[in-house]
Design a protein. Structure first.
Length: 132
């Protein structure tokens, strides 16, 4: 299948219906130790952890998340993948205004875990572990 090479933009209802949907991704920060994640990390949807030691990845406050995603409404959601590239186990730790709705925020050594963040109110989010 040839990739779309039209005049740009996503075609809804016309064009190649089986063409891949492209998006942009800023190269994510690779964390090597315990750190506080940024809203840019959340926006990228990808957090990389490269350490052989355990470490906590603290979410930014819900107020900072609201400021970064100002058009989000209650019920809006986004996904974040936590990718451990070594033997260390990263753990997501909630920041102010966040609730860990699943049983664990722990990652898995040398594997990926997928989380879904859901806006539950003003300066309030819940984080669900949905895969991994």
């Amino acid at each position: 299948m040839a990739l779309s090479n039209g005049s740009g933009g996503y075609q809804v209802g016309d064009g190649n219906l089986n063409a891949p949907v492209f998006s942009t991704l800023t190269v994510p920060t690779a964390y090597t130790a315990t750190a506080t994640l940024t809203t840019a990390d959340l926006a990228s949807g990808l957090v990389i952890y490269t350490s052989a030691s355990t470490g906590n990845m603290t979410l930014p406050t819900a107020a900072l998340t609201d400021a970064a995603f100002s058009s989000a409404k209650t019920g809006s959601s986004f996904d974040v993948a936590l990718v451990a590239t070594s033997t260390g186990v990263p753990t997501i730790v909630v920041g102010t205004g966040w609730t860990l709705a699943s049983t664990s925020g722990a990652g898995v050594a040398s594997k990926s875990v997928l989380f879904r963040a859901v806006k539950t109110g003003d300066a309030a989010y819940s984080l669900y572990r949905i895969a991994g």
